[in-house]
Write a protein that binds this ligand. Structure first.
Ligand code: CP
Length: 294
């Protein structure tokens, strides 16, 4: 694996190897990446992706440089993405990029000589989030066979959902996926798998009717709506309640706003902060793989 740009670029074996390798990085402080430098180029806000990559590199014994806010770099003077990336690629050994334009990480990867990781490109892909999600499910459930999972929320705009569905399909294992979204925010699925049973609905009551074991929630992405009031109206009507999900485990890539009823936070089925913590060993495994660290 030279870059990690889309979950679709990697095979079932590579995914399973990364998940196995992740388990060996949990709670470790190593010096495998001694003398190596990871650069983060984030053109959109991030807490988990950027900081867990930085933590992962520190835990591998490497160092980190970060472009920081646009206003603090020469991007503010009009420097292009490519010139910025080429410059930073001259300093670092591996690059993580988040950018609002779909395909931007691949464009950078085609033009620099170091490994590039896509930390999210518009509504397109967020492959390391998918690895975090798969690792979290495997850790909690032990296996993927016959998993019953609901993907809930703004499925039209959420790159995490699109990436996760691709990741699940790549595992080539029988699973039941319920896609639950408000009307008009359905996912444009292009997943082909004869192992997945995929059912779409606008009715959250289907979650309990289908005995879903996991409910993976995402927020209504108001920044991708032309009318913010429309986003707010939809978000107010589409919120996860305890009654709606029963005993299902709740996952969320975070950040969340108020799409999960507050009382769910206290439930032992709320696993979204454990999921966020899994970001560190998963990204350690990804960096170690791309840098061929022994
Ligand atoms: N889940 C995720 O990508 O979070 P951030 O936007 O905070 O990086």
């Amino acid at each position: 694996l030279k870059h990690l740009l889309s979950i679709r670029d990697i095979s079932k074996e590579e995914i399973l190897n990364l998940l196995d390798s992740t388990a060996t990085f949990e709670n470790k402080q190593l010096n495998l990446a001694n003398g190596k430098l990871l650069a983060t180029l984030f053109f959109e806000p991030s807490t988990r992706t950027r900081l867990s990559f930085e933590t992962a590199m520190h835990r591998l014994g490497g160092d980190v440089i970060s472009l920081g806010a646009k206003e603090a770099s020469s991007v503010a003077k009009g420097e292009s993405l490519l010139d910025t990336a080429k410059t930073v690629a001259g300093y670092a050994d591996i690059l993580v990029i988040r950018h609002p334009v779909e395909g931007s990480a691949r464009f950078v990867a085609e033009n620099v000589d170091i490994p590039v990781i896509n930390g999210g490109d518009g509504a397109n892909q967020h492959p390391t989030q998918t690895l975090v999600d798969l690792y979290t499910i495997k850790k909690l459930r032990g296996k993927f066979e016959n998993l019953k999972i609901a993907l809930f929320g703004d499925l039209k705009h959420a790159r995490t959902m699109r990436s996760l569905l691709h990741g699940l399909s790549l595992l080539d294992t029988p699973m039941n996926i319920l896609l639950v979204s408000p009307k008009g925010l359905e996912m444009q699925t292009d997943v082909e798998s004869n192992k997945l049973s995929i059912v779409e609905t606008n009715d959250p009551n289907e979650i309990r009717k289908n005995n879903c074991e996991f409910v993976y929630v995402c927020r209504i992405q108001k920044e991708r709506f032309l009318d913010p009031m429309e986003a707010k109206r939809i978000a107010d009507d589409f919120r996860v309640t305890k009654e709606m999900v029963g005993n299902a485990i709740i996952l969320h890539p975070l950040p969340r706003v108020d799409e999960i009823e507050k009382s769910i936070d206290k439930s032992e089925n709320a696993k979204y902060f454990d999921q966020a913590a899994n970001g560190v060993p998963v990204r350690m495994a990804v960096i170690a793989s791309l840098l061929n660290l022994g």
